[in-house]
Unconditional design. Structure first.
Length: 605
Protein backbone atom coordinates (compact mmCIF):
# COMPACT_ATOMS: atom_id res chain seq x y z
CA UNK A 1 0.00 0.00 0.00
CA UNK A 2 2.80 2.44 0.92
CA UNK A 3 4.51 1.70 -2.44
CA UNK A 4 1.27 2.47 -4.31
CA UNK A 5 0.89 5.75 -2.45
CA UNK A 6 4.46 6.73 -3.26
CA UNK A 7 3.92 5.96 -6.97
CA UNK A 8 0.74 8.03 -6.95
CA UNK A 9 2.60 10.88 -5.24
CA UNK A 10 5.29 10.87 -7.93
CA UNK A 11 2.65 10.93 -10.69
CA UNK A 12 0.99 13.96 -9.11
CA UNK A 13 4.31 15.74 -8.54
CA UNK A 14 5.20 17.67 -11.73
CA UNK A 15 8.78 18.33 -10.53
CA UNK A 16 9.40 14.66 -9.66
CA UNK A 17 10.50 15.69 -6.15
CA UNK A 18 10.70 13.03 -3.43
CA UNK A 19 7.33 12.60 -1.74
CA UNK A 20 7.60 13.05 2.03
CA UNK A 21 5.14 12.26 4.78
CA UNK A 22 4.55 15.48 6.73
CA UNK A 23 3.30 15.38 10.32
CA UNK A 24 1.92 18.51 11.97
CA UNK A 25 2.28 19.01 15.73
CA UNK A 26 1.07 21.89 17.89
CA UNK A 27 3.90 21.61 20.39
CA UNK A 28 7.54 20.60 20.67
CA UNK A 29 7.17 17.32 22.56
CA UNK A 30 9.54 16.32 25.36
CA UNK A 31 10.78 13.32 23.40
CA UNK A 32 14.42 12.12 23.63
CA UNK A 33 14.03 10.15 20.40
CA UNK A 34 12.83 13.21 18.48
CA UNK A 35 15.60 15.28 20.08
CA UNK A 36 18.29 12.92 18.84
CA UNK A 37 16.88 12.73 15.29
CA UNK A 38 16.28 16.49 15.15
CA UNK A 39 19.81 17.36 16.27
CA UNK A 40 21.32 14.75 13.93
CA UNK A 41 19.50 16.41 11.04
CA UNK A 42 20.48 19.92 12.25
CA UNK A 43 24.12 18.83 12.10
CA UNK A 44 23.76 17.86 8.42
CA UNK A 45 22.18 21.04 7.07
CA UNK A 46 24.06 23.77 5.26
CA UNK A 47 26.13 25.65 7.90
CA UNK A 48 24.65 24.19 11.11
CA UNK A 49 23.68 26.62 13.87
CA UNK A 50 22.81 26.27 17.55
CA UNK A 51 19.57 28.10 16.74
CA UNK A 52 18.42 25.06 14.75
CA UNK A 53 18.65 22.61 17.64
CA UNK A 54 15.84 20.86 19.44
CA UNK A 55 16.98 22.48 22.71
CA UNK A 56 16.57 25.98 21.30
CA UNK A 57 13.02 25.27 20.10
CA UNK A 58 12.09 23.72 23.47
CA UNK A 59 13.44 26.73 25.37
CA UNK A 60 11.38 29.07 23.19
CA UNK A 61 8.23 27.02 23.72
CA UNK A 62 8.67 26.80 27.49
CA UNK A 63 9.44 30.49 28.04
CA UNK A 64 7.34 32.19 25.36
CA UNK A 65 4.22 30.00 25.32
CA UNK A 66 1.95 32.95 26.20
CA UNK A 67 2.78 34.79 22.97
CA UNK A 68 3.79 31.99 20.58
CA UNK A 69 1.75 28.99 19.42
CA UNK A 70 4.13 26.35 18.02
CA UNK A 71 3.42 24.76 14.66
CA UNK A 72 5.91 21.95 14.09
CA UNK A 73 6.14 20.18 10.71
CA UNK A 74 8.13 16.94 10.61
CA UNK A 75 8.87 15.21 7.31
CA UNK A 76 9.77 11.53 7.03
CA UNK A 77 10.83 9.65 3.91
CA UNK A 78 9.69 6.18 2.80
CA UNK A 79 12.15 4.62 5.29
CA UNK A 80 10.56 6.62 8.13
CA UNK A 81 13.71 8.64 8.63
CA UNK A 82 13.35 12.27 9.72
CA UNK A 83 14.48 14.35 6.75
CA UNK A 84 12.81 17.71 7.43
CA UNK A 85 11.93 19.96 10.38
CA UNK A 86 10.07 23.27 10.15
CA UNK A 87 9.82 24.83 13.61
CA UNK A 88 7.13 27.45 13.04
CA UNK A 89 4.62 29.43 15.11
CA UNK A 90 1.25 31.04 14.50
CA UNK A 91 -0.23 34.31 15.74
CA UNK A 92 -3.86 35.15 16.47
CA UNK A 93 -4.44 36.23 12.85
CA UNK A 94 -3.01 32.90 11.58
CA UNK A 95 0.20 34.52 10.31
CA UNK A 96 2.97 31.93 10.28
CA UNK A 97 6.56 32.71 11.29
CA UNK A 98 9.67 30.90 12.42
CA UNK A 99 9.24 29.77 16.03
CA UNK A 100 12.68 31.16 16.89
CA UNK A 101 12.38 34.39 14.88
CA UNK A 102 12.65 36.67 17.92
CA UNK A 103 15.47 34.74 19.56
CA UNK A 104 17.62 33.17 16.82
CA UNK A 105 20.08 35.12 14.69
CA UNK A 106 19.53 32.55 11.91
CA UNK A 107 16.31 30.65 11.14
CA UNK A 108 15.88 27.98 8.48
CA UNK A 109 13.96 24.94 7.29
CA UNK A 110 16.03 21.95 8.37
CA UNK A 111 16.72 19.52 5.56
CA UNK A 112 19.71 18.14 3.73
CA UNK A 113 20.45 19.93 0.47
CA UNK A 114 19.04 17.01 -1.55
CA UNK A 115 15.72 17.18 0.31
CA UNK A 116 15.41 20.97 0.63
CA UNK A 117 13.25 21.61 -2.46
CA UNK A 118 10.81 18.81 -1.71
CA UNK A 119 10.52 19.70 1.96
CA UNK A 120 10.00 23.42 1.39
CA UNK A 121 7.34 22.79 -1.26
CA UNK A 122 5.44 20.30 0.86
CA UNK A 123 5.68 22.60 3.88
CA UNK A 124 4.07 25.46 1.94
CA UNK A 125 1.40 23.13 0.54
CA UNK A 126 0.61 21.88 4.05
CA UNK A 127 0.31 25.44 5.36
CA UNK A 128 -2.00 26.34 2.51
CA UNK A 129 -4.19 23.30 3.15
CA UNK A 130 -4.51 24.38 6.79
CA UNK A 131 -5.82 27.78 5.71
CA UNK A 132 -2.77 29.93 6.37
CA UNK A 133 -2.61 32.83 3.95
CA UNK A 134 0.29 34.90 5.29
CA UNK A 135 3.84 33.77 6.14
CA UNK A 136 6.65 35.95 7.47
CA UNK A 137 10.13 34.38 7.62
CA UNK A 138 12.82 36.51 9.24
CA UNK A 139 16.58 35.99 9.59
CA UNK A 140 16.52 33.47 6.73
CA UNK A 141 20.13 32.86 5.50
CA UNK A 142 20.47 33.86 1.86
CA UNK A 143 22.92 31.03 1.17
CA UNK A 144 20.54 28.35 2.49
CA UNK A 145 19.38 25.68 0.00
CA UNK A 146 15.90 26.07 1.50
CA UNK A 147 15.89 29.76 0.64
CA UNK A 148 17.01 28.97 -2.90
CA UNK A 149 14.06 26.57 -3.21
CA UNK A 150 11.56 29.05 -1.83
CA UNK A 151 10.75 30.93 -5.05
CA UNK A 152 9.75 27.82 -6.99
CA UNK A 153 7.93 26.31 -4.01
CA UNK A 154 5.96 29.52 -3.42
CA UNK A 155 4.84 29.65 -7.04
CA UNK A 156 3.66 26.02 -7.05
CA UNK A 157 1.85 26.49 -3.71
CA UNK A 158 -0.05 29.64 -4.67
CA UNK A 159 1.96 32.12 -2.58
CA UNK A 160 3.42 35.41 -3.77
CA UNK A 161 6.93 35.95 -2.43
CA UNK A 162 8.77 39.13 -1.53
CA UNK A 163 12.27 39.13 -0.04
CA UNK A 164 14.64 41.84 1.07
CA UNK A 165 17.88 41.99 3.02
CA UNK A 166 17.39 41.86 6.77
CA UNK A 167 20.94 41.87 8.17
CA UNK A 168 24.56 41.42 7.23
CA UNK A 169 26.05 39.36 10.04
CA UNK A 170 29.71 40.17 10.64
CA UNK A 171 32.03 37.18 10.92
CA UNK A 172 35.69 36.38 11.51
CA UNK A 173 37.09 33.57 9.36
CA UNK A 174 40.12 32.55 11.37
CA UNK A 175 41.99 30.83 8.54
CA UNK A 176 42.03 33.97 6.38
CA UNK A 177 42.65 36.49 9.17
CA UNK A 178 45.95 38.37 8.82
CA UNK A 179 48.76 37.02 11.02
CA UNK A 180 52.23 38.13 12.01
CA UNK A 181 55.47 36.22 11.39
CA UNK A 182 54.87 34.10 14.51
CA UNK A 183 51.44 33.06 13.24
CA UNK A 184 49.54 35.17 15.78
CA UNK A 185 46.43 37.06 14.68
CA UNK A 186 46.98 40.74 13.96
CA UNK A 187 43.93 42.01 15.82
CA UNK A 188 42.92 45.69 15.67
CA UNK A 189 43.77 48.22 18.40
CA UNK A 190 45.87 45.86 20.48
CA UNK A 191 47.80 48.71 22.12
CA UNK A 192 44.49 50.11 23.31
CA UNK A 193 43.46 46.67 24.57
CA UNK A 194 46.65 46.35 26.59
CA UNK A 195 46.18 49.83 28.10
CA UNK A 196 42.60 49.00 29.04
CA UNK A 197 43.59 45.69 30.63
CA UNK A 198 46.27 47.48 32.63
CA UNK A 199 43.79 50.11 33.82
CA UNK A 200 41.21 47.48 34.80
CA UNK A 201 43.90 45.56 36.67
CA UNK A 202 44.06 48.39 39.21
CA UNK A 203 40.92 46.87 40.77
CA UNK A 204 42.53 43.43 40.92
CA UNK A 205 43.89 40.69 38.65
CA UNK A 206 42.14 40.56 35.28
CA UNK A 207 40.91 37.13 34.18
CA UNK A 208 38.89 35.85 31.23
CA UNK A 209 36.50 33.08 32.28
CA UNK A 210 34.44 30.73 30.08
CA UNK A 211 31.78 28.49 31.63
CA UNK A 212 29.23 26.04 30.25
CA UNK A 213 27.79 24.12 33.22
CA UNK A 214 24.38 25.05 34.60
CA UNK A 215 25.76 25.06 38.15
CA UNK A 216 28.24 27.77 37.15
CA UNK A 217 26.21 29.87 34.71
CA UNK A 218 22.73 29.78 36.29
CA UNK A 219 23.65 31.70 39.48
CA UNK A 220 25.54 34.34 37.44
CA UNK A 221 22.65 35.18 35.11
CA UNK A 222 20.72 37.65 37.36
CA UNK A 223 23.77 39.93 37.51
CA UNK A 224 24.14 39.63 33.73
CA UNK A 225 20.45 40.51 33.24
CA UNK A 226 20.73 43.69 35.33
CA UNK A 227 23.93 44.74 33.60
CA UNK A 228 22.33 44.25 30.17
CA UNK A 229 19.27 46.31 31.12
CA UNK A 230 21.48 49.03 32.64
CA UNK A 231 23.63 49.19 29.50
CA UNK A 232 20.59 49.60 27.28
CA UNK A 233 19.22 52.39 29.50
CA UNK A 234 22.59 54.12 29.20
CA UNK A 235 22.16 54.09 25.42
CA UNK A 236 18.51 55.30 25.61
CA UNK A 237 16.98 51.89 24.86
CA UNK A 238 14.92 49.30 26.70
CA UNK A 239 16.52 45.85 26.79
CA UNK A 240 14.33 42.86 25.95
CA UNK A 241 15.63 41.34 29.19
CA UNK A 242 13.31 43.57 31.22
CA UNK A 243 10.60 41.10 30.29
CA UNK A 244 10.34 38.01 32.52
CA UNK A 245 9.73 35.66 29.59
CA UNK A 246 13.00 36.71 27.92
CA UNK A 247 14.96 36.09 31.11
CA UNK A 248 13.14 32.77 31.51
CA UNK A 249 14.13 31.87 27.95
CA UNK A 250 17.83 32.34 28.70
CA UNK A 251 17.48 30.38 31.93
CA UNK A 252 15.80 27.49 30.08
CA UNK A 253 18.33 27.68 27.26
CA UNK A 254 21.17 27.55 29.76
CA UNK A 255 19.68 24.50 31.44
CA UNK A 256 19.14 22.67 28.14
CA UNK A 257 22.37 23.62 26.30
CA UNK A 258 24.59 22.94 29.29
CA UNK A 259 23.91 19.21 28.77
CA UNK A 260 25.53 18.92 25.30
CA UNK A 261 28.10 21.53 26.39
CA UNK A 262 27.69 24.02 23.54
CA UNK A 263 26.89 26.95 25.84
CA UNK A 264 29.81 29.33 26.46
CA UNK A 265 29.19 32.06 29.03
CA UNK A 266 32.22 34.37 28.96
CA UNK A 267 33.27 37.05 31.44
CA UNK A 268 36.13 39.39 32.17
CA UNK A 269 36.71 39.83 35.89
CA UNK A 270 38.77 42.64 37.38
CA UNK A 271 39.44 41.38 40.88
CA UNK A 272 36.12 40.26 42.35
CA UNK A 273 34.07 42.35 39.89
CA UNK A 274 32.74 41.25 36.52
CA UNK A 275 33.11 44.07 34.00
CA UNK A 276 31.91 42.44 30.75
CA UNK A 277 29.91 39.41 29.66
CA UNK A 278 28.98 37.44 26.56
CA UNK A 279 26.22 34.87 26.58
CA UNK A 280 27.41 32.82 23.63
CA UNK A 281 27.91 29.36 22.14
CA UNK A 282 30.51 27.05 20.64
CA UNK A 283 28.78 25.01 17.98
CA UNK A 284 29.78 23.30 14.71
CA UNK A 285 33.14 25.05 14.46
CA UNK A 286 31.90 28.55 15.33
CA UNK A 287 32.10 30.63 18.48
CA UNK A 288 29.01 32.82 18.63
CA UNK A 289 28.94 36.37 20.00
CA UNK A 290 25.23 36.32 20.89
CA UNK A 291 24.32 38.64 23.77
CA UNK A 292 27.18 40.76 25.16
CA UNK A 293 27.16 43.62 27.66
CA UNK A 294 29.44 45.48 30.06
CA UNK A 295 29.30 47.86 33.02
CA UNK A 296 28.65 51.51 32.24
CA UNK A 297 31.17 53.14 34.55
CA UNK A 298 34.09 51.45 32.77
CA UNK A 299 32.99 52.36 29.24
CA UNK A 300 36.21 54.35 28.72
CA UNK A 301 38.14 51.08 29.03
CA UNK A 302 36.08 49.38 26.29
CA UNK A 303 35.49 46.16 28.28
CA UNK A 304 33.19 44.73 25.58
CA UNK A 305 35.78 45.30 22.82
CA UNK A 306 38.46 43.78 25.06
CA UNK A 307 36.36 40.68 25.73
CA UNK A 308 35.68 40.16 22.01
CA UNK A 309 39.37 40.57 21.25
CA UNK A 310 40.32 37.97 23.86
CA UNK A 311 37.61 35.63 22.59
CA UNK A 312 38.94 35.80 19.00
CA UNK A 313 42.48 35.22 20.26
CA UNK A 314 41.38 32.06 22.06
CA UNK A 315 39.33 30.85 19.10
CA UNK A 316 42.41 31.14 16.86
CA UNK A 317 44.31 28.58 18.95
CA UNK A 318 41.39 26.16 19.34
CA UNK A 319 41.64 23.48 16.61
CA UNK A 320 37.90 22.73 16.62
CA UNK A 321 36.99 26.33 15.78
CA UNK A 322 37.18 27.93 12.35
CA UNK A 323 35.14 31.11 12.79
CA UNK A 324 33.75 33.66 15.22
CA UNK A 325 30.22 34.73 14.29
CA UNK A 326 29.20 38.14 15.64
CA UNK A 327 25.58 37.73 14.59
CA UNK A 328 22.90 40.35 14.00
CA UNK A 329 23.53 44.05 14.42
CA UNK A 330 25.71 46.54 12.57
CA UNK A 331 27.69 47.85 15.55
CA UNK A 332 30.86 49.61 14.47
CA UNK A 333 33.19 47.66 16.73
CA UNK A 334 32.30 44.43 14.88
CA UNK A 335 33.51 45.88 11.59
CA UNK A 336 37.00 46.31 13.06
CA UNK A 337 37.31 42.52 13.36
CA UNK A 338 35.13 41.22 10.53
CA UNK A 339 36.70 39.76 7.39
CA UNK A 340 33.52 38.07 6.15
CA UNK A 341 29.75 38.40 6.45
CA UNK A 342 26.58 36.40 5.98
CA UNK A 343 23.37 37.92 4.65
CA UNK A 344 19.98 37.11 6.14
CA UNK A 345 16.67 37.83 4.46
CA UNK A 346 13.23 39.04 5.47
CA UNK A 347 10.69 37.04 3.46
CA UNK A 348 6.93 37.41 3.18
CA UNK A 349 4.58 35.03 1.36
CA UNK A 350 0.97 36.05 0.77
CA UNK A 351 -1.94 34.36 -0.96
CA UNK A 352 -3.54 37.77 -1.50
CA UNK A 353 -2.21 39.92 -4.34
CA UNK A 354 -3.30 43.06 -2.49
CA UNK A 355 -1.37 42.10 0.65
CA UNK A 356 1.66 41.26 -1.51
CA UNK A 357 1.73 44.69 -3.17
CA UNK A 358 1.06 46.45 0.14
CA UNK A 359 4.13 44.72 1.56
CA UNK A 360 6.26 45.83 -1.37
CA UNK A 361 4.96 49.41 -1.13
CA UNK A 362 5.59 49.51 2.62
CA UNK A 363 9.15 48.30 2.10
CA UNK A 364 9.86 50.86 -0.63
CA UNK A 365 8.51 53.72 1.50
CA UNK A 366 10.54 52.57 4.52
CA UNK A 367 13.70 52.41 2.39
CA UNK A 368 13.10 55.94 1.08
CA UNK A 369 12.54 57.28 4.61
CA UNK A 370 15.63 55.67 6.11
CA UNK A 371 17.75 57.05 3.25
CA UNK A 372 17.29 60.54 4.76
CA UNK A 373 18.35 60.94 8.43
CA UNK A 374 16.16 64.04 8.83
CA UNK A 375 13.14 62.31 7.31
CA UNK A 376 13.70 59.20 9.41
CA UNK A 377 13.92 61.24 12.61
CA UNK A 378 10.78 63.18 11.73
CA UNK A 379 8.89 60.01 10.86
CA UNK A 380 9.89 58.34 14.13
CA UNK A 381 8.73 61.40 16.06
CA UNK A 382 5.40 61.33 14.21
CA UNK A 383 4.97 57.61 14.90
CA UNK A 384 5.65 58.18 18.60
CA UNK A 385 2.97 60.89 18.71
CA UNK A 386 0.50 58.67 16.88
CA UNK A 387 1.23 55.80 19.27
CA UNK A 388 0.68 58.11 22.25
CA UNK A 389 -2.60 59.27 20.72
CA UNK A 390 -3.65 55.66 20.14
CA UNK A 391 -2.85 54.80 23.76
CA UNK A 392 -4.90 57.76 25.01
CA UNK A 393 -7.73 56.70 22.72
CA UNK A 394 -7.73 53.19 24.16
CA UNK A 395 -7.55 54.38 27.76
CA UNK A 396 -9.97 57.33 27.62
CA UNK A 397 -12.25 56.62 24.69
CA UNK A 398 -13.01 58.52 21.52
CA UNK A 399 -15.06 61.34 23.10
CA UNK A 400 -12.50 62.17 25.80
CA UNK A 401 -9.65 62.06 23.28
CA UNK A 402 -11.53 64.42 20.96
CA UNK A 403 -12.13 66.87 23.82
CA UNK A 404 -8.47 66.70 24.80
CA UNK A 405 -7.36 67.39 21.20
CA UNK A 406 -9.75 70.33 20.92
CA UNK A 407 -8.51 71.80 24.19
CA UNK A 408 -4.92 71.55 22.98
CA UNK A 409 -5.81 73.32 19.75
CA UNK A 410 -7.54 76.12 21.67
CA UNK A 411 -4.63 76.49 24.09
CA UNK A 412 -2.24 76.94 21.16
CA UNK A 413 -4.17 80.12 20.29
CA UNK A 414 -5.49 81.43 23.60
CA UNK A 415 -4.49 80.12 27.00
CA UNK A 416 -3.41 80.92 30.52
CA UNK A 417 -1.08 78.45 32.22
CA UNK A 418 0.07 78.81 35.81
CA UNK A 419 2.73 77.03 37.85
CA UNK A 420 2.98 77.36 41.64
CA UNK A 421 6.29 77.35 43.51
CA UNK A 422 6.78 76.07 47.07
CA UNK A 423 9.75 76.12 49.43
CA UNK A 424 10.30 73.33 51.95
CA UNK A 425 9.68 74.45 55.50
CA UNK A 426 12.34 73.86 58.14
CA UNK A 427 11.69 71.37 60.91
CA UNK A 428 11.68 67.64 61.38
CA UNK A 429 9.44 65.35 59.34
CA UNK A 430 8.32 61.85 60.16
CA UNK A 431 9.74 59.02 58.05
CA UNK A 432 8.46 55.49 57.64
CA UNK A 433 11.26 53.19 58.88
CA UNK A 434 10.72 50.35 56.37
CA UNK A 435 11.60 52.65 53.43
CA UNK A 436 15.04 53.82 52.38
CA UNK A 437 16.15 56.70 50.19
CA UNK A 438 18.89 55.62 47.78
CA UNK A 439 20.84 57.61 45.17
CA UNK A 440 19.73 56.72 41.65
CA UNK A 441 22.31 54.67 39.76
CA UNK A 442 22.07 52.67 36.56
CA UNK A 443 21.66 49.56 38.68
CA UNK A 444 18.65 51.12 40.45
CA UNK A 445 17.13 52.12 37.10
CA UNK A 446 17.73 48.63 35.72
CA UNK A 447 15.98 47.06 38.69
CA UNK A 448 13.05 49.46 38.25
CA UNK A 449 12.82 48.62 34.53
CA UNK A 450 12.64 44.92 35.35
CA UNK A 451 10.03 45.49 38.05
CA UNK A 452 7.81 47.70 35.86
CA UNK A 453 8.45 46.21 32.42
CA UNK A 454 4.73 46.41 31.56
CA UNK A 455 4.34 50.09 32.53
CA UNK A 456 5.19 52.22 29.44
CA UNK A 457 4.96 55.50 31.36
CA UNK A 458 7.42 54.35 33.99
CA UNK A 459 9.79 53.03 31.32
CA UNK A 460 9.69 56.47 29.68
CA UNK A 461 10.50 58.03 33.07
CA UNK A 462 13.45 55.65 33.47
CA UNK A 463 14.81 56.62 30.05
CA UNK A 464 14.63 60.29 31.08
CA UNK A 465 16.42 59.43 34.30
CA UNK A 466 19.15 57.51 32.47
CA UNK A 467 19.81 60.43 30.12
CA UNK A 468 19.96 62.79 33.11
CA UNK A 469 22.30 60.45 34.97
CA UNK A 470 24.62 60.25 31.99
CA UNK A 471 24.82 64.03 31.65
CA UNK A 472 25.34 64.50 35.42
CA UNK A 473 22.96 67.46 35.28
CA UNK A 474 21.06 66.49 38.43
CA UNK A 475 21.00 64.15 41.42
CA UNK A 476 18.32 61.47 41.61
CA UNK A 477 16.85 59.58 44.54
CA UNK A 478 14.73 56.44 44.76
CA UNK A 479 12.43 55.40 47.57
CA UNK A 480 12.91 51.65 48.12
CA UNK A 481 11.08 49.27 50.44
CA UNK A 482 12.52 46.37 52.42
CA UNK A 483 12.13 43.92 49.53
CA UNK A 484 14.07 46.10 47.07
CA UNK A 485 11.01 47.36 45.18
CA UNK A 486 11.41 50.88 43.80
CA UNK A 487 8.39 52.95 44.89
CA UNK A 488 9.17 56.47 43.74
CA UNK A 489 11.82 58.46 41.84
CA UNK A 490 12.69 62.13 42.35
CA UNK A 491 15.38 64.48 41.05
CA UNK A 492 17.13 67.60 42.35
CA UNK A 493 18.86 70.27 40.25
CA UNK A 494 20.06 73.86 40.78
CA UNK A 495 17.18 76.32 40.73
CA UNK A 496 19.10 78.84 38.64
CA UNK A 497 18.97 77.86 34.98
CA UNK A 498 16.28 75.22 35.54
CA UNK A 499 14.14 74.84 32.41
CA UNK A 500 10.43 74.70 33.23
CA UNK A 501 8.90 72.68 30.39
CA UNK A 502 5.35 73.47 31.56
CA UNK A 503 5.88 77.15 30.70
CA UNK A 504 8.78 76.78 28.24
CA UNK A 505 10.74 79.10 30.51
CA UNK A 506 14.19 79.07 32.14
CA UNK A 507 14.25 80.12 35.80
CA UNK A 508 16.62 82.76 37.10
CA UNK A 509 17.91 82.96 40.67
CA UNK A 510 20.81 84.66 42.43
CA UNK A 511 20.80 82.27 45.42
CA UNK A 512 23.18 79.34 44.72
CA UNK A 513 21.73 77.39 47.67
CA UNK A 514 18.28 77.16 46.09
CA UNK A 515 17.57 73.78 44.43
CA UNK A 516 14.53 72.38 42.66
CA UNK A 517 12.83 69.01 43.19
CA UNK A 518 11.40 67.80 39.89
CA UNK A 519 10.32 64.81 37.80
CA UNK A 520 8.84 63.07 40.84
CA UNK A 521 7.44 59.80 39.56
CA UNK A 522 5.43 57.02 41.14
CA UNK A 523 4.91 53.87 39.03
CA UNK A 524 1.26 53.48 38.12
CA UNK A 525 0.80 50.32 40.18
CA UNK A 526 2.20 52.01 43.32
CA UNK A 527 0.05 55.12 43.37
CA UNK A 528 -2.26 55.98 46.22
CA UNK A 529 0.08 54.88 49.02
CA UNK A 530 1.71 58.20 49.91
CA UNK A 531 5.11 57.43 48.37
CA UNK A 532 5.27 60.84 46.68
CA UNK A 533 4.90 62.67 50.01
CA UNK A 534 7.34 60.33 51.74
CA UNK A 535 9.98 60.89 49.06
CA UNK A 536 9.83 64.69 48.73
CA UNK A 537 9.94 65.07 52.52
CA UNK A 538 13.02 62.86 52.76
CA UNK A 539 14.76 64.56 49.82
CA UNK A 540 13.99 68.01 51.23
CA UNK A 541 15.42 67.04 54.63
CA UNK A 542 18.53 65.63 52.94
CA UNK A 543 19.04 68.83 50.95
CA UNK A 544 18.61 71.04 54.01
CA UNK A 545 21.28 68.94 55.72
CA UNK A 546 23.60 69.98 52.87
CA UNK A 547 22.78 73.68 53.45
CA UNK A 548 20.46 73.80 50.45
CA UNK A 549 17.05 75.43 50.13
CA UNK A 550 14.77 72.88 48.44
CA UNK A 551 11.86 74.08 46.30
CA UNK A 552 9.21 72.24 44.34
CA UNK A 553 6.63 73.26 41.76
CA UNK A 554 3.31 72.09 40.40
CA UNK A 555 1.03 73.09 37.55
CA UNK A 556 -2.20 74.76 38.70
CA UNK A 557 -4.22 72.08 36.92
CA UNK A 558 -2.64 69.27 38.95
CA UNK A 559 -4.87 69.63 42.01
CA UNK A 560 -3.76 66.31 43.52
CA UNK A 561 -0.11 67.34 43.44
CA UNK A 562 -0.93 70.79 44.86
CA UNK A 563 -2.83 69.26 47.73
CA UNK A 564 -0.02 66.85 48.54
CA UNK A 565 2.72 69.49 48.42
CA UNK A 566 0.88 71.85 50.76
CA UNK A 567 0.17 69.07 53.25
CA UNK A 568 3.78 67.88 53.20
CA UNK A 569 5.38 71.03 54.60
CA UNK A 570 6.02 73.07 51.44
CA UNK A 571 4.43 76.54 51.91
CA UNK A 572 3.35 78.31 48.74
CA UNK A 573 5.59 81.26 47.75
CA UNK A 574 4.50 82.55 44.34
CA UNK A 575 3.39 81.51 40.86
CA UNK A 576 4.43 82.15 37.27
CA UNK A 577 1.77 82.68 34.62
CA UNK A 578 2.24 82.17 30.88
CA UNK A 579 -0.35 83.84 28.66
CA UNK A 580 -0.81 82.97 25.01
CA UNK A 581 -2.74 85.28 22.69
CA UNK A 582 -2.87 84.19 19.07
CA UNK A 583 0.67 82.83 19.16
CA UNK A 584 2.20 85.62 21.31
CA UNK A 585 3.53 84.57 24.73
CA UNK A 586 4.26 86.44 27.92
CA UNK A 587 5.52 85.32 31.35
CA UNK A 588 4.51 87.12 34.55
CA UNK A 589 4.95 86.54 38.27
CA UNK A 590 1.97 86.45 40.58
CA UNK A 591 2.15 86.70 44.37
CA UNK A 592 -0.19 84.31 46.16
CA UNK A 593 -1.37 84.96 49.73
CA UNK A 594 0.44 82.62 52.13
CA UNK A 595 -2.84 81.95 53.88
CA UNK A 596 -4.39 80.49 50.75
CA UNK A 597 -5.90 77.05 51.23
CA UNK A 598 -5.37 74.15 48.87
CA UNK A 599 -8.71 74.77 47.23
CA UNK A 600 -8.01 78.48 46.82
CA UNK A 601 -4.63 77.79 45.24
CA UNK A 602 -6.10 75.31 42.80
CA UNK A 603 -8.88 77.73 41.91
CA UNK A 604 -6.67 80.78 41.22
CA UNK A 605 -7.92 82.55 38.08
Amino acid sequence: MRLLLLRLCYKLNPQRLPCLRVTVLREIPDDPGLRDQWNALAAQVHRPQVFYTYEWARAVQIALSDSLHPLLLLAHDEREQLVGVAALATSTDKTVSFLCATTGDYCDFLARAADASSFVQQTLQTLRQQGHRDIVLTNFPEDSPAFAALHSAASHSGFRLFARTAYLCAQVELASFERDSAGKLKLPRQKMVRRCLKAMAEAGPVATIHQSAWEQVGPALPEFFRAHVARFLYTARISNLVRPERRQFLLELTRLLSVPGCLCFSRINAGARTVSWNYGFKFAGSWFWYQPTFVNDLEKYSPGFVLLSKLIEEAAVTPSLSAVDMGLGAEGYKERFANASRRTMYVTLHRSLLRHWKQIARDRVAAAITASPWLEKSTRALIEKLNALSLRWKQSGIAATAVWALQRAVRALWSREEVFFFEAASGEVSATPQYQLQPITYEVLAEAAIQYHDDPQTLASLLRSAARLRSSSAQGYALVDGTGRILHLAWVAPFAGFFLAELQHTLDCSDPARVMLFDCWTPVSQRGHGYYAETIQRVARLQRGQDKRPWIFSAATNTQSLSGILKDGFPLQYSLVRRTRFGWHSIGRSSVPRSSSTTEVADQP
